[in-house]
Design a protein around this ligand. Structure first.
Ligand SMILES: [Zn+2]
Ligand SMILES: [Zn+2]
Length: 151
């Protein structure tokens, strides 16, 4: 299990590097480390928790730098912002678009993603009919995850 997780993380980092290359962007060492921290953590992290993880890894980085890095990772679609928690989570969906559909558990605060482009399009279509546009690009649904329901 741990090894699978590690392999998946390594793959996600490689994919991120490749995507950056295709877009003429650079996955700098610090950007990569922040992405690794988010991939390692099995759930969303607040910016100050990312700062602490960086400090634990021996890197003292000013908060403004961390925010800039998060902006970059968000813009590339590697990371999503979880507005309900004021936190950030690594994308687990592997979806091509930058829009996400996140389920947020209000008990354990873990998130999961629904990757279903047809469903997303139909949702956006409905919102469009109502003249309602999404702030922040994504949709969040708050509820209770299966683990917490059965706890
Ligand atoms: Zn995602
Ligand atoms: Zn939960």
């Amino acid at each position: 299990m741990a090894k699978d997780g590690e392999a998946a993380r390594a793959e996600a980092i490689l994919a991120a590097g490749r995507i950056c290359g295709e877009r003429n962007e650079r996955l700098t060492r610090l950007r990569r480390i922040v992405l690794e921290i988010l991939l390692e953590r099995d759930g969303p992290l607040k910016a100050y928790e990312i700062l602490e993880a960086l400090r634990d890894a021996g890197r003292r980085v000013p908060p403004a730098t961390v925010y800039r890095i998060l902006e970059f990772l968000l813009a590339q679609g590697f990371v999503h912002r979880v507005n309900a928690l004021n936190a950030y989570v690594a994308c687990s969906g592997g979806h091509a678009g930058r829009r996400q559909l996140l389920l947020v558990c209000s008990v354990c605060r873990k998130t999961s993603e629904i990757v279903d482009p047809a469903f997303y399009r139909s949702l956006l279509g409905k919102l469009g009919e109502l003249g309602f546009s999404l702030a922040g690009g994504g949709v969040e649904i708050q509820g209770i995850c299966p683990c917490c329901v059965h706890a």
